[in-house]
Design a protein around this ligand. Sequence first.
Ligand SMILES: Cc1ncc(COP(=O)(O)O)c(C=O)c1O
Length: 430
Amino acid sequence: MEASDLTAPGDAWVVDTLRSYEPAALHSQLPVVWHHAAGARVYDSGGRSWLDWTSGILTANAGHSPQAIIDAVRGQAEQGLLHAYMFPTAVRARVVRSLCELTGFPQTVLLTTGAEAVEAALKIARRYAMSRGRDRAMIVSFEGAFHGRTMGAQLAGGLPAHRSWTGRGEGIFLKVPYPVAGASWSPAVIEEALAVSGARPGDVACVIGEVYQGSTMRTLPRQAAQALREWCTRHQVLLILDEMQSGFGRTGTLFGYEQLGARPDLLLCGKGVSGSLPVSAVLIADPRYTEELAPGELTTTHGANPVCLAAAEANLRLFRDGMVLDKADELGKLLADGLADWARTRPSRRRVVASWGMVAGLAVTDEDGAPDPPAARRLVEECARRGLLLCAPARQHGGALLKVMPPLVTSPDELGEGLAVLGAASDAVC
Ligand SMILES: Cc1ncc(COP(=O)(O)O)c(C=O)c1O
């Protein structure tokens, strides 16, 4: 990362300082220094603004800095309680109640990050399995999956490059191919993979998957979701759906699974739970799943931070009152149509990999149809020069995958503005 024409002159020191004091492993995004953000826009300290197609990596679903969240955070801070560890607080009681009421799950565990929620869910599932004599308590997951960057989450993840430091978790972690759209899927693939490891369905604690894979942008077909649900029920295996990305309206409904007709036993969410400060959650379909755990076994220092939970409470109210979800479905259709037009203008070089609600994946290719990472990078930079902010190209699809993820409160005019910039920038560079 280096300061560039995208960096406000007065902010070059920020980029330089981060480069001096942090590992380059943190520096994958453009050198646009965020000063404040509101609704669907991000601003630098000089007042230059960008229409945001990142949502802060699918967090600001209800838009950046909604007044209700700012007021709630301020109110909690002014109450004079910034931290309470695991002692009871009123805000925590209100949040667990409203999260359970909103989702229809009877219990929840509040945590901080997505990876933490994944780790907690794997622990719940394995402990539950072990309590029923399933000593191997295997974790089945999908090739191409991303579940976070901690060790357990990366072992469950299905991106080989991410597991270069973890080993493969032989004996516990088992990977199977993610179902393919348009092809019928059978859980026999799980049973075949288990047999190769000398295991049976009765050795499995859980299957963990995403309703769309944030890294590959493949979506879980409805038939596969239901077959998986049925297999898990038949073999008393917990189905965990990680809806960190797809949750909180991103696909047009509160959670993507609602459109697939396959309700998980453990539902994981983060990012859009608070739309801002770090809050994640494991939603638990049956309180029996945690009965084996002793008091204290799921606690964390910051998991129930009152300021973060005040933000979550205000955000959940926006979802409960329909302020966000009402718009997401309609807007998603406009986005899909606009991106299809974008691809049609130059089909040899532009492809829509997937689009579901307010998230889409675009691939930039060369004239022979091969991924073109330099062109994808040029496109991200050119969009930013013209006022549209995208995340850097992802490693998948040959490093030329661009993700489109505007806040759900983007107005139709703003969406049109973003699509126009994408078109003009693409005409200039690819
Ligand atoms: C599906 C999924 N699971 C888990 C995570 C990890 O979340 P966090 O970065 O908050 O640990 C992510 C993050 O992008 C994700 O997309």
